[in-house]
Design a binder for this molecule. Structure first.
Ligand code: GCV
Length: 705
């Protein structure tokens, strides 16, 4: 018996043969030939993609015509080159520089599908969209698509180190082989660019925000240039992380003070050097004065001084500074959740117009569930860029199946109330709430050298979904899941329906078995693998899980109301009231905002203690259901990927139980109450869970001794 295998390398671009015979016949009829307008490198990419895509889907040789025949033809043409009669069918005002228009035209003269755009990149995006339509077996009759991205900068942030380790990366090593660059161009670089272009991602920050200044030296810039040259035809711009102390480390200066004349000149010269090599360089991404990274505060200056220093250097070249708001300080004993807001919001309006402030989705750190970050909507004069984490630092690494677009969607749809009801985070991010000139969304990449790029086969859906939401933050996570499933696996409804349901429920499952009812940051030290709610011995208070759950004999939870840290006051008054009042605070945020007694009564009449146990158990049961669903999917998936996912789900179930047992046993030392009857008995003792050590858990640089 043969073993069927798809290693997942082709992602959602697998272009397998249309298995519906009559649809295949119809497509073959409608797409007998292809005409692609002449042009440069991007047009060549389009031709290659159509050759590959149509060739695979229709299983026939793709016939490219040198001229348009307008009969049963696919035409890919710039708007400016269309004949008058076709131009009247498209309103160019609707087409932004990256937008496109796809339309089936059937009239006396034409019987064709037209893809048109103002730019070659628009045509490339349109081509990928068209191929997706075929992959999803949708009819071409009456087709009319008009798309423009709603967000300008749609980028991946790689936390890749120059030694090829990846901070919080769980899918192998960095795909950037700095050693063999610039001369060796790995096919992966090209396929990476293709994959990103297919979902509209147009920027990539190659290096870790915990930055190494070396990447700014001529030796490395040559390598960066080689990557930028590969990416350019795909519309993908390169960004670099700028280490604030680089003027000292690689420039030989005595200071990196942002107001020092030599430092100012050094950044200007360095920036020019980069643009001489890479004329379309995107700009710098900066983590400063955060978790040990150097920054302007080392010199008594502010984030504003630092960001504006780099902005001035980039301005002549039309580059941007993306300055991260992920800051919290060991010298500040206010609630960590409040610190970024206090640092940045007072300077709203003072940043140069090429500065974007990049804000994580929640005020702590990419937890399974957080309320949205209060900075969204609170800086009407400054572009705020969203930072999501696609890699699953706090959601089970690349081992757990957790469909992240569901989390992203929840954040984007949250209402900030900053300009009245309906002021959603999506409207802040796409700039429509305050008419922002430049907008952006970043996702911390989950990509590595694993054959399938993301480790877990379903991790691909998170990369895919991030790109789709960066293009259009109003998309529905269910629609995205369906697209991904159809393009990656099969259009068979008996597969798509149940697996989509499983994906959509997976996010709530992880919240339940890791951090239910608003609990957060209970991960074991450093590597963040598994539970460590008992950890209380780290040098900085806010690095210890006990800081976040505050369990004691009385109860559990972080009081962020007026009687506690008052972090709630950073939200609009409507939310302050809603979250501050126990009657109206949604239970999913209960312990984020309140410290409550163990016997506090939940809406369903059960005690908080019972509620916690029930949620943990529910999470475990949900993973059990996922296993059953996946078992039934055997007939629709190649054996290789089916096995992979089955084994990973098995680990997920084990780890879900580990979370339940470790957390409930630990909290029981305070609550002193019996476990609710719905909860299964823990499999081990608390001492056992506390004794577990993982010195080589992935995602942080190993230390050898
Ligand atoms: C890149 C968290 C992670 C760090 C990460 C940091 C950040 O603290 O654990 O690995 O550093 O966030 O976003 O800067």
């Amino acid at each position: 018996m043969s073993f069927s295998m798809d290693n997942g390398y082709n992602l959602w671009l697998n272009y397998s043969k249309i298995d519906d015979a009559s649809l295949l016949e119809t497509y073959r009829n409608q797409l007998q030939t292809v005409f692609v307008t002449d042009g440069g490198a991007t047009m060549d990419v389009i031709k290659r993609e159509l050759d590959r895509g149509l060739g695979g889907l229709l299983q026939q040789e793709v016939r490219f015509e040198p001229n348009p025949t307008f009969q049963n033809q696919l035409i890919v043409s710039r708007y400016a080159e269309l004949g008058e009669d076709l131009r009247t069918l498209v309103d160019p005002a609707d087409l932004t520089s990256e937008g496109y228009f796809i339309r089936t035209i059937e009239n006396k003269k034409h019987r064709m599908v037209l893809i048109t755009a103002q730019t070659d990149i628009g045509l490339l995006y349109g081509t990928f969209h068209f191929l997706r339509i075929l992959q999803m077996h949708q009819a071409l009759d009456g087709l009319q698509v008009m798309e423009s991205p709603k967000v300008d900068i749609r980028m991946l942030n790689h936390w890749d180190n120059l030694d090829r380790t990846v901070e919080r990366g769980y899918a192998g090593f960095s795909i950037w082989n700095w050693h063999t660059l610039p001369d060796y161009i790995d096919q992966r670089y090209i396929d990476y660019a293709r994959a990103n272009a297919s979902i509209g991602i147009n920027g990539t920050a190659l290096t870790n925000v915990n930055a190494n200044g070396l990447v700014l030296t001529p030796h490395y810039l040559e390598k960066v240039k080689a990557l930028a040259d590969v990416f350019r035809p795909y519309g993908l711009k390169v960004y670099l992380t700028a280490r604030f102390s680089a003027p000292i480390e690689i420039g030989g200066l005595k200071t990196a003070d942002p107001l020092d004349a030599d430092v100012i000149q050094w950044w200007k010269d360095k920036t020019k050097e980069i643009y001489d090599l890479i004329p379309d360089f995107g700009g710098f991404l900066v983590k400063a004065n955060s978790e040990g990274q150097p920054g302007p505060q080392n010199y008594g200056r502010t984030h504003l001084d630092g960001a504006n220093l780099l902005a001035d250097a980039l301005k002549p070249h039309e580059g941007v500074v993306i300055w991260r708001a992920f800051v919290y300080s060991e010298h500040d004993d206010t609630d960590r959740a409040k610190q970024a807001y206090s640092e940045f919001v007072p300077d709203d309006g003072k940043y140069r117009d090429n500065v974007l402030i990049q804000v994580k989705n929640g005020p702590i750190d990419f937890q399974p569930r957080e309320p949205f970050h209060p900075m969204f909507g609170a800086m009407p004069k400054t572009p705020l860029m969203m930072e999501f984490q696609i890699t699953k630092e706090y959601l089970g690494f690349a081992t757990h199946l957790v469909y992240l677009p569901k989390l992203f969607e929840e954040v984007l749809r949250s209402d900030t109330y900053q300009k009245g009801k309906g002021s959603t985070v999506a409207k802040v991010v796409d700039g429509s709430l305050n008419h922002k000139k430049v907008t952006g969304m970043a996702g911390v990449a989950n990509i590595g050298t694993d054959a399938n790029w993301t480790g877990h086969p379903f991790g691909q859906a998170d990369w895919y979904g991030f790109g789709r939401l960066a293009w259009d933050p109003y998309l529905d996570s269910g629609t995205i899941a369906e697209e991904w499933l159809r393009c990656t696996f099969t259009n068979n409804e008996n597969f798509v329906g149940p697996v989509k349901k499983m994906m959509l429920e997976s996010r709530e499952a992880v919240v339940n078995y890791m951090n239910p009812l608003g609990l957060h940051h209970m991960f074991d030290t450093g590597h963040h693998y598994g539970p460590g709610p008992w950890v209380d011995n780290l040098s900085r208070p806010e690095w210890n899980p006990v800081y976040y759950h505050k369990a004691d004999d009385e109860g559990i939870g972080f009081d962020r109301t007026k009687t506690g840290s008052d972090a709630l006051s950073q939200y609009a008054p409507e939310l302050g009231e809603k979250f501050g009042n126990l009657e109206t605070c949604p239970e999913e945020y209960l312990l984020w905002f309140h410290h409550l007694p163990w016997d506090y009564q939940l809406k369903n009449g059960r005690t908080l203690w019972d509620g916690l146990g029930i949620k943990y158990q529910q999470g475990v049961d949900q993973v059990g259901d996922m296993i059953k669903t996946w078992e039934d999917m055997k007939p629709f998936v190649d054996e290789y990927r089916h096995n992979q996912v089955s084994m990973l789900l098995g680990i997920q179930l084990k780890e879900a139980k580990w979370w339940r047992d470790a957390c409930m046993l630990y909290f029981q030392t305070y609550s002193k109450m019996d476990f609710p009857k719905e909860m299964e008995k823990p499999e081990n003792t608390l001492e056992h869970y506390k004794s577990l050590q993982f010195p080589f858990a992935p995602g942080i640089r190993p230390t050898w001794n």
